[in-house]
Design a protein around this ligand. Structure first.
Ligand SMILES: Nc1ccn([C@@H]2O[C@H](COP(=O)(O)O)[C@@H](O)[C@H]2O)c(=O)n1
Length: 595
């Protein structure tokens, strides 16, 4: 772990149930390879994960079993380790490559911008040659300008110990927000292509492995499942997915399951399959048995599941990777303090509006104080911001160079349209905040990227823990104590701390660590702030300021609202070259001085 990471808290753990074939899975890590430096439950880093995968491989191979490691994309955007270097990602890709990954795929974040997808093509794909799969993504080759597959479409391989024959694919969901140097072919179309049809007709296959940046419960995975099942009625299928930032497990039939392993290096997903037939050993049981576990990413869990300790657990390579992360964070000055947050601000642990909501803070303080383009004088304005632009909670205490990128990693700046009737803005807000499906169905085949926060799409209802409200002002963890405390192995000491309490298709026993539940409140897709309105009451017309990411959604919502404005032609830059990240950082430096 990183030197400044809090020690994990000892807890009651559920055991892993190993099988003939075992998997470790990460997804949506978004640059958090240093782990969480303010949350003990997730405080292991990528170096610890390198050690963990090695020790797990040693453990299962000693029993004649196999281990495969999978990552399903969105490795970029969301943490200083990726976002604060120039060019972005140079430190991250060096750290990432040290994990032995057997199957790796792209997420949507690898494709939003041309430079990101080109870095993927020129660096990450070669770093994971033979492991990186891209079943439905093409890229314009940066030198030849030809459209080529981002990586091979699929691969067939056999496992080291048992020779289990696996055909593996690597998909991305039907994403439409990519920059035009890449092409994402819809999954439903891809699976009709000859190469896929041939691959699923291969008779010498013991398992189909579908890795992808695709939600575990999704129409895309349903389509792949049905296509394979139509040809191979009996062959086991293991899906690994992601994108919605949740822990999830989907049962497609008794021989086909999908695991999604959360977000931001909070979770290492574990799967095992027992009873697979192989070329020289037909299955001995009535059918394969699938087991899943969501491991909290911390050293207490890692030691427990490997049966090792502080001395015996780390590998030399793992230690070196942790050291490389420390050096990279130091070169990027990620611990530089810009201010001190007086209290914790939550994204979804409190309702919106609420005094402890990060969105209420933005609406009532940051946007009114900071969004001002001198060239517009005192013209009243309304600013619209998508809640998905903010990616993480702000914890009470030091606000560092890393914090700014964890909450606002995108390079989005602002635009505006003048003379918009205030009442039309309210109608637009209503449309934007109706479920995104409305916008999707309005113009089917439109190229709208998803608007809501991914967590919001996955959890359509509030989950309220009644007794939580009173404890919100108390920090979850006593950080001072945690920095000194050794990991206790004394079961009596086990505390139940708030964390994941996952419910999935297999029940409520998926998490390795027993936690108390945390509230989850839905937030709107977009919030608005009325700015520079010196008059009492509402203005008749306003400058409509918006963050550029939502321009296509806004344009569509405006049509709904009967506003005749061409957002692509009639809008202009607001506060030239100021991004949301710049705005937030300047506000913090000015208002949140450390005592
Ligand atoms: N430039 C961007 C890119 C994305 N967003 C927000 O992120 C959401 C997608 O996040 P995933 O991690 O699930 O892929 C998207 O819906 C937007 O809300 C953004 O604001 N700006």
């Amino acid at each position: 772990a990183q030197p400044s990471a809090p020690a994990p808290i000892s807890a009651s753990l559920r055991e892993l149930e190993f099988g003939q074939l075992n998997f470790l899975h990460t997804t949506d890590t978004h640059g958090w390879l240093a782990g969480h430096l303010q949350e003990p439950s997730y405080s292991a880093d990528w170096g610890d994960y390198v050690s963990f995968a090695t020790r797990m491989r040693e453990k299962v191979e000693a029993q004649g079993q196999d281990l495969l490691v999978v990552d399903t994309g969105d490795r970029v955007e969301g943490n200083g380790l990726y976002d604060s270097s120039a060019p972005k990602g140079v430190y991250l890709s060096e750290i990432l490559r040290h994990q032995h990954i057997d199957v790796i795929t792209s997420g949507n974040h690898e494709l939003y911008k041309q430079n990101t997808s080109e870095a993927e093509f020129l660096t990450t794909v070669p770093n994971f040659r033979g492991k990186y799969l891209a079943s439905n993504i093409d890229i314009t080759h940066p030198e030849t300008n030809e459209l080529v597959p981002l990586a091979p479409r699929f691969k067939k391989f056999t496992t080291k110990q048992q020779g289990i024959r696996i055909v593996a694919f690597g998909f991305l969901f039907d994403f439409t927000g990519n920059y035009n140097n890449t092409v994402v072919q819809p999954v439903e179309k891809t699976i009709k292509e000859d190469w896929f049809q041939e691959a699923i007709r291969d008779k010498d296959v013991d398992l189909f492995l579908v890795a992808g940046h695709v939600p575990a419960h999704s129409p895309e995975y349903r389509a792949i499942f049905e296509e394979i099942r139509g040809i191979r009625w009996d062959t086991p299928i293991q899906f690994f997915g992601g994108h919605q930032h949740i822990r999830d497990y989907a049962k497609y039939d008794s021989k086909a399951f999908a695991l999604a392993s959360g977000r931001f290096m909070e979770t290492i997903g574990f799967m095992s399959i027992d009873g697979l037939s192989t070329s020289d050993r037909p299955s001995t049981t009535s059918g394969p048995v699938f087991k899943r576990r969501y491991i909290d990413n911390n050293l207490y869990s890692f030691y427990h599941h490997t049966g090792l300790d502080e001395e015996s657990f780390p590998t030399e390579k793992g230690r070196n990777v942790s050291q490389l992360i420390t050096e990279s964070r130091s070169a990027l000055r990620l611990d530089r303090v810009h201010g001190c947050a007086p209290r914790t601000l939550w994204m979804s642990r409190v309702p919106y509006p609420h005094k402890d909501s990060v969105f209420t803070w933005l609406q009532t303080q940051v946007l009114p104080d900071s969004l001002k383009d001198e060239s517009r004088g005192e013209v009243p304005s309304v600013a619209i911001l998508n809640t998905g632009a903010i990616r993480f909670d702000i914890f009470q205490g030091q606000f560092t160079q890393d914090t700014i990128w964890t909450i606002s990693p995108f390079t989005n700046s602002f635009r505006y349209v003048k003379d918009v009737p205030y009442e039309k803005v309210q109608l637009i807000m209503e449309v934007l905040n109706k479920q995104t499906k409305i916008l999707d169905t309005f113009e089917s085949g439109s190229s709208l990227p998803p608007l809501p926060r991914p967590e919001n799409l996955a959890r359509m209802e509030d989950f309220i823990v009644e007794e939580e409200e009173e404890s919100l002002d108390t920090p979850i963890y006593d950080m001072a104590a945690l920095h000194q405390a050794p990991i206790s192995t004394n079961r009596q000491d086990n505390k139940i701390v708030p964390g994941y309490t996952t419910k999935d298709d297999a029940g409520t026993d998926g998490d390795d660590t027993l936690h108390s539940p945390i509230s989850f409140y839905q937030v709107p897709n977009c919030i608005q702030a009325l700015l520079s309105a010196n008059t009492s009451g509402v203005p008749e017309t306003v400058d409509l300021i918006y963050i550029e990411f939502i321009q296509p959604h806004l344009a569509l919502a405006a049509k709904f609202a009967g506003l005749d404005v061409d957002f692509f032609q009639d809008s202009d830059v607001y506060m030239s070259s100021t991004t949301m990240t710049d705005l937030l950082l300047a506000w913090v430096k000015k208002h949140w001085k450390c005592e």
